[in-house]
Design a protein around this ligand. Structure first.
Ligand code: NAI
Ligand code: MG
Length: 491
């Protein structure tokens, strides 16, 4: 065997963490100047429009519709017609064919969708490519599999579709939330009127192209764009039988009040303030990776983000040291660069909210740490941040920041960890880091959270139900549980 050639002198060792730019090309995305609403399988010119931008550069991308109540009414009418005209009575195996097609087309066009998602929403291409797109396709594949097995999922209960589902989604996982909503609705035989968030409409509009490619019957899925006013028009429409909402707790509560007594079915997936609990017997370096993934993934725009870190006192110092060192290696910048770890904040409004809460943390007396970090001049950016010396009463320990900001608290015993972790109006998710299996089970049984991750964080799978306790909402998405909100069981 030949000798390996070794360069003269010392082995080259990287001296810093500078990476050469590795930009993903935008050429694959073809934007139109102007988009209408997708109603009854056709593009309908929008009466009013607004501009959607790239949060990384503030560059305008396209004009999109701000749907009026009349346009929402047309979309609901199209959905009602499609429901009555055959979709609801189609054999499950036929509905499944369309869902399988949609899943496969999403896989085929994954790069196009990933680039557009990063362009319009600001998330790193690494994440839209490796997380959002594969998971969106996986949801369609998964629910395609249930479409002809509803009688087995709910034996002796004669499951029937509910009717027209009004679905309102947020901007943090635009296409993935669309998939979470549309896949189970169609699998169960419902038709849909969906509204993407006002800052991230473009992948939902591109998805209309997929629906046409899949030859989904017209009117089964209708997409209208616009802000909260359009959302409210969907909620209030009498022709809608079920509302599925993901977004802020305030809007969720308002929707629940609005629908009280209306007989409409409702699921709410709202905010969170998850505890990520690290015991002293855990694999510390692995935990550091989990903490970073828990709060800096998707700029912390994650409802189940591990935004409160509870460190056992005996490992507090090494843990925080390692965490700070790891933070220095995070690359913040161009979402379309394949090396980027933390992209742009989704909107000026969200950036303002993060700044305000971070300021409150300083004022209340917490210690702030931010690694050296050069932020781009244009666009919306926030340096990954860690707060230590945080008291439970501080706003940064109580309120959802929805940004790359971690609050570190401490505990001594499992009981204390549990009590502090559950001391929140939310209950969406939690994380436990320990080598001890019995402790994982003990904690998981007592944490008031819809999902508890053990020695990992932010792991998603379409087979696993997801949803909240308390003010994080109700109803489950994913898994067999995710079918139930889209079915009725009378007769
Ligand atoms: P939001 O709740 O206002 O927006 C979510 C969706 O609801 C969007 O599609 C929006 O157009 C729609 N909407 C707004 N007002 C509505 C109304 N009255 N009726 C029906 N639909 C309505 O959330 P926003 O203002 O974008 O973010 C505020 C905070 O909410 C964030 O800082 C974050 O803390 C939290 N949030 C939580 C999310 C989650 O995944 N749980 C997602 C987005 C935001
Ligand atoms: Mg809002």
């Amino acid at each position: 065997m030949a000798e390996l050639e070794r360069p003269a002198g010392r082995t080259p060792v990287p001296t810093d963490w500078t990476y050469a730019p590795a930009p993903e090309s935008r050429d694959i995305v073809h934007l139109r100047e102007r988009y209408g609403h997708f109603i009854g399988g056709e593009w309908v010119e929008a009466v009013e429009t607004y501009e959607t931008i790239s949060p990384a550069s503030e560059e305008p991308l396209a004009a999109v519709g701000q749907a009026t109540p009349e346009e929402v009414d047309r979309a609901v009418a199209a959905a009602r017609t499609a429901f009555a005209d055959g979709w609801s009575s189609l054999p499950g195996s036929e509905r499944a064919k369309y869902l399988f097609r949609i899943a496969r087309i999403l896989q085929e066009r994954a790069r196009e969708f990933a680039v557009l998602e990063s362009l319009n929403g600001g998330k790193p291409i690494k994440e839209s490519r490796d997380v959002d797109l594969p998971l969106a396709a996986a949801h369609f594949f998964y629910y395609a599999g249930w479409a002809d097995k509803l009688e087995y999922a709910f034996p002796n209960r004669r499951p029937k579709p509910v009717g027209v589902a009004g679905q309102i989604i947020p901007w943090n996982f635009p296409l993935l939330m669309l998939a979470w909503k549309i896949a189970p609705a169609l699998a169960c035989g419902n038709t849909v009127v969906l509204k993407p968030a006002e800052t991230t409409p473009l992948t939902a509009l591109l998805f209309c192209d997929v629906l046409r490619q899949a030859e989904l019957p017209p009117g089964v899925v209708n997409i209208v764009t616009g802000d909260g006013r359009t959302g409210a028009a969907i909620v209030e429409h009498e022709g809608v039988d079920k509302i599925a909402f993901t977004g802020s707790t305030d809007v969720g509560k308002a929707i629940q009040r609005r629908l009280a007594g209306s007989g409409k079915k409702l699921t709410l997936e709202l905010g969170g303030k998850a505890a990520n609990i690290v015991f002293d017997d855990c694999a510390l370096d692995q935990a550091v990776e989990g903490i970073v993934n828990g709060i800096y993934f998707n700029q912390g725009h994650v409802c189940c983000a591990g935004s409160r870190l509870f460190a056992q006192e005996s490992i507090y110092e090494p843990l925080v040291d390692k965490l700070k060192r790891r933070l220095e290696t995070l690359r913040v910048g161009d979402p379309l660069d394949k090396n980027t770890d933390v992209g742009a904040i989704n909107s000026a409004m969200q950036l303002e909210k993060i700044r305000e809460l971070v300021e409150s943390g300083r004022e209340e007396g917490a210690q702030i740490y931010q690694p050296p970090c050069t932020l781009p001049e244009k666009g919306y950016w926030f340096t990954p941040t860690v707060f230590t010396d945080v008291a439970q009463s501080y706003r940064i320990a109580q309120e959802e920041i929805f940004g790359p900001v971690l609050s570190v608290l401490t505990f001594r015993t499992p009981d204390e960890a549990l009590e502090k972790a559950n001391n929140t109006p939310y209950g969406l998710s939690a994380g436990v880091w320990t080598e001890k299996g019995s402790r994982i089970l003990w904690m998981a049984q007592r944490l008031r959270a819809g999902v508890v991750w053990a020695n990992t964080f932010n792991r998603f799978d379409p087979t696993s139900p997801f949803g909240g306790y308390k003010e994080s909402g109700f109803g489950r998405e994913g898994g067999r549980h995710g079918l139930e909100p889209y079915l009725r069981f009378d007769e």
